[in-house]
Design a binder for this molecule. Structure first.
Ligand SMILES: NC(=O)c1ccc[n+]([C@@H]2O[C@H](COP(=O)([O-])OP(=O)(O)OC[C@H]3O[C@@H](n4cnc5c(N)ncnc54)[C@H](O)[C@@H]3O)[C@@H](O)[C@H]2O)c1
Length: 257
């Protein structure tokens, strides 16, 4: 095994809801590398997150919602008290009402558009600003995205527009924090069965299509994303920033026939 040099580092992770969450698999991978983790979880996921974290070493979990300033204040206050500084910030958060993840994109209303942008894209900006004073030099920030940012996938709709904003934010943030040697990247991955994905109409069809079309003729799993996250946390990726990096079994290289 390659020593990634992560032992003793500290991470903040947003987006663990249950055992299928991509964020949970990243937490497990970091924990195996002896990275301390602070998990920000939504109240409705409390029971499942509590059950999961008992297996972790030295972690903390704090209730938080990315749309609530007082909960964000409280979360980062606790992180500062417990950890002092941090090395990694993982953003694995998205939300859009099910009504807007089907049919025509233009059916999204003003409120639905604003909420999904606030939770799924703006939140990266908000938490990066709050984390910046705590982040050590040479730290790493990682967000999760999907190819629906640059191509049209049926039913993905408003979330595709959120992911475009998220990926652009990654580039601007990379420029903002680069003077501290901090890197910001997005992992773009193909469909995985999770709670968030279950809200997208026809999701099972997306999985089947992906497997049929991708050069590797298979779907990907949470561990594939976690492995790339470890690489992006480590010094192996020290000169990679502002990028959207794909884990998609090659799907994205294919034409339409
Ligand atoms: N599953 C896929 O097929 C897929 C593909 C590409 C990208 N992604 C992205 O991966 C990320 C993680 O999603 P997942 O698939 O693991 O699903 P998930 O449902 O396990 O994770 C989504 C998380 O967002 C959190 N969240 C939603 N609204 C929030 C709020 N207001 N405040 C704080 N947290 C909030 C939820 O609590 C949950 O933990 C998302 O950004 C998603 O868009 C998923």
């Amino acid at each position: 095994m390659v020593d990634l040099g992560l032992k003793g580092k500290k991470a903040v992770v947003f987006g663990v809801a249950d055992e299928n969450s991509v964020a949970w698999h990243i937490v497990k991978a970091l924990n195996e590398e002896e990275v301390r983790v602070a998990i920000a979880y939504q109240e409705r996921a409390e029971d499942s997150v509590l059950a999961l974290v008992s297996s972790l070493k030295n972690s903390i979990m704090v209730k938080c919602d990315v749309t609530d300033d007082s909960l964000l204040d409280n979360f980062f206050k606790k992180v500062k008290k417990e950890f002092g500084t941090i090395d990694f910030l993982i953003h694995s958060v998205a939300f859009a009402k099910k009504d807007f993840l089907k049919g025509k994109f233009f059916e999204v209303d003003r409120k639905g558009y604003k909420t999904s942008q606030e939770v799924s894209a703006y939140s990266l900006v908000e938490i990066t600003r709050r984390a910046y004073p705590l982040l050590n030099k040479e730290g790493s920030i990682i967000a999760m995205t999907y190819m629906g940012s640059t191509r049209v996938f049926s039913n993905y709709n408003v979330m595709g527009v959120c992911k475009a904003a998220l990926e652009a934010s990654v580039r601007y943030l990379a420029n903002d924090v680069g003077d501290k040697g901090i890197r910001v990247n997005a992992i773009s991955f193909s469909p995985i069965r999770t709670r968030a994905a279950s809200g997208i109409s026809g999701f099972e069809e997306h999985l089947k299509e992906h497997k049929k079309i991708a050069p590797l003729k298979r779907n990907i799993h949470q561990e594939d994303v976690a492995n790339l996250a470890l690489f992006l946390c480590s010094d192996l990726s020290k000169n990679i920033t502002g990028q959207t990096i794909f884990v998609d079994a090659g799907y994205g290289i294919m034409g339409s026939y």
